[in-house]
Design a protein. Structure first.
Length: 70
């Protein structure tokens, strides 16, 4: 994503592995507790609910939010 906001709705028990490449102008928010596996500046890799399929997020500007839904 280059600009703008992105909200991703996930089931509260969804497991996934998040790989994020975020610029200094981008923000990341999550309703989920995350176990960080690695972090390098604004780039990180972590698991949610024990891990699972990979979700790759790249953002230059704007806000990315993972929302938990019932």
């Amino acid at each position: 994503m280059d600009r703008g906001d992105l909200e991703i709705d996930l089931a509260g028990d969804q497991g996934l592995t998040l790989i994020a490449d975020m610029s200094r102008r981008a923000e990341f928010e999550s309703d989920f507790p995350m176990t960080m596996q690695s972090m390098d500046g604004r780039d990180f890799r972590g698991t949610i609910n024990g891990g699972g399929p990979e979700l790759l997020i790249e953002s230059d500007r704007g806000r990315v939010r993972l929302r938990s839904i019932p």
